[in-house]
Design a protein around this ligand. Sequence first.
Ligand SMILES: [Mg+2]
Length: 90
Amino acid sequence: MNVKETLTILSEECAEVIQANSKLIRFGPYDEDNVAELEQELGDVMAMLLILDYYGYISLENVKEHVEPKLKKLKKYSKIKNLNKIIKNL
Ligand SMILES: [Mg+2]
């Protein structure tokens, strides 16, 4: 794996997630085409994570360890509902 190339593409894909997310914020969060665009870009990021994990550069297991603490933080500092149910389903 060319680490520099892979990390560059990861950066690009993260930027595309930001762009797709901004469109939803700007034009409304329920526009089906824009939701589909966000899903595609999130999938692109996931693909890059899988590549980095496959080559042992990162560990998806380590990445997953950060999910529950983040959800717990959101429970404390956000108004997002049903976080307990999401945590329970991990
Ligand atoms: Mg993309």
